[in-house]
Design a protein around this ligand. Structure first.
Ligand code: AMP
Ligand code: GLY
Length: 428
């Protein structure tokens, strides 16, 4: 098969690495890709949301499958674009329809979906300009902390956890009246704070059957000890020690099955990954959020741990045989540690030269995944984003896997480079 992968992050580097290993993969193209995806296929200069340019490319290159990495094109309807076009409709698209992608694209949509399908989640109410005053009253009567969420996509900045009422009122006004996130914050979900430990679970589904392809614990805060602002993710580990059979069974019965059943019942077309952002509260799983794609950096540990051929799974998803697929995992623990640009998640510089990569000493099964990197016109590898590299290692326990990744990072340099030293700290 000729495959087009959309995206340019560490997630797409890990997906490209996994797809390229498949016996079903003939040619792999990545649009637009990064300096790391170049090792596994051909980067093409087409944006993830430029559907018309993708169409021309798909026809010229006889593309059979499109794998969508990030949420943006999914929420913008990339699936529907391909399926509604006579020349593209036979291409397998890995990703949900525009309607189903609202599970990520609209917090209000996903909360209502969970309520209808009796999926455990935090209690909430939804407010807009029209019931702004009731929202203020709702906040005043709420217990602290209060969680405020902009309804739409807000580049990971749309969730604010407030520890006092004035702050909550200010954030509420900022979002709705001052349109802090534009249309994305014209609606706001206010929900109860859940206290527990988070874990990301990944499923591949055709909207009827599903397979669990992995899980991971992500470290979202910039600072060690989980302090400072939220980032896209600073590191991950898998498997997570508390994800034992008993807890996994609860996740499957109370969350995964009702979700897939809900998709089917509500005729939501879904052929792709579901990312369940869960929180474990007193041994019970709750959904914090759905995403309609793989996580980043979760993919950088989930793909290396997954033994099964990914392209074969995508094909099974497409031809209705997903339930017969055999999912197997490598035995070791996996950790990834992300190196970011100084200043991230705030302002940071780009085009910093990255050195040390070509002569890194590392074990055979360690991997250097690129996120924000590119080759500049002079032919040098430079930084091109907040998250720059994700280093994945595999060992017989979490501590050794994390240490191995850190050992590799110590041999790499760019101005302002920062990484967390304490990934996996609860499990060491
Ligand atoms: P989200 O964009 O919905 O994933 O939210 C970002 C982060 O905010 C989550 O990963 C959690 O750490 C935190 N968060 C969101 N909702 C809640 C909640 N109801 N209770 C506690 N933490 C939350
Ligand atoms: N690492 C969290 C995410 O991909 O949303």
């Amino acid at each position: 098969m000729n495959i087009l992968l959309l995206g340019s992050g560490g997630r797409e580097n890990a997906l490209a690495w996994k797809i390229a290993q498949s016996q079903h993969c003939n040619q792999l193209f990545i649009a637009p890709g990064n300096a790391g995806t170049l090792q596994h296929g051909t980067n093409i200069n087409i944006g993830v949301n430029d559907f018309e340019a993708q169409k021309t490319f798909c026809i010229e290159n006889e593309i059979n499958m499109v794998v969508v990495g990030p949420e943006d094109p999914l929420v913008n309807g990339v699936y529907d674009f391909y399926k509604q076009d006579d020349t593209l409709k036979n291409i397998i698209v890995v990703g949900p329809s525009k309607e189903a992608a609202q599970l990520e694209g609209s917090k209000a949509f996903s909360k209502k979906f969970m309520q209808r399908n009796k999926i455990p989640t935090a209690g909430y109410e939804e407010f807009s300009n029209e019931n702004f005053e009731s929202g203020k009253k709702y906040i005043a009567q709420h217990t602290l902390p209060i969680v405020l969420k902009a309804d739409g996509l807000a580049a990971g900045k749309g969730v604010v956890i407030c520890n006092d009422y004035n702050e909550a009122l200010q954030v509420f006004e900022e979002m709705i009246i001052n349109k802090q996130f534009g249309e994305a914050s014209s609606k706001v979900v206010i929900e109860e704070f859940l206290n527990g430990i988070e874990v990301s679970v990944f499923v591949l589904t055709d909207g009827k059957d599903y397979q669990i392809i992995g899980h991971a614990k992500d470290y979202k805060r910039i600072g060690e000890g989980d302090t400072g602002p939220n980032t896209g993710g600073m590191g991950c580990v898998t498997p997570v020690p508390f994800m034992d059979d008993v807890f996994m069974q609860k996740v499957e019965t109370k969350i995964i099955k009702p979700t897939i059943h809900g998709l089917q019942k509500e005729n939501l077309i879904y052929n792709g990954f579901v990312f369940f952002g869960l929180i474990k509260v007193n041994d019970e799983p709750f959904v914090i959020e759905y995403n309609c794609r793989m996580g980043d950096p979760e993919t950088e540990v989930v793909m290396p741990r997954l033994q099964t051929d990914l392209v074969a799974l995508f094909a099974a998803m497409d031809n209705g045989t997903l339930q017969d697929a055999n999912i197997s995992f490598h035995e070791n623990y996996y950790a990834t540690v992300v190196a970011v640009s100084g200043g991230y998640p705030g302002e940071y510089k780009k085009n910093m030269q990255i050195t040390g990569l070509s002569n890194v000493q590392m074990k055979n099964d360690s991997m250097i995944f690129h996120a924000g990197t590119k080759i500049n016109p002079e032919g040098n590898l430079v930084t091109n984003g907040g998250r720059v590299l994700a280093i994945t290692s595999s060992e017989k326990n979490i501590t050794e896997a994390v240490n191995e990744s850190k050992k590799i990072l110590q041999q790499i340099h760019f101005d302002g480079m920062y990484f967390r030293n304490d990934i996996g700290y609860e499990f060491q």
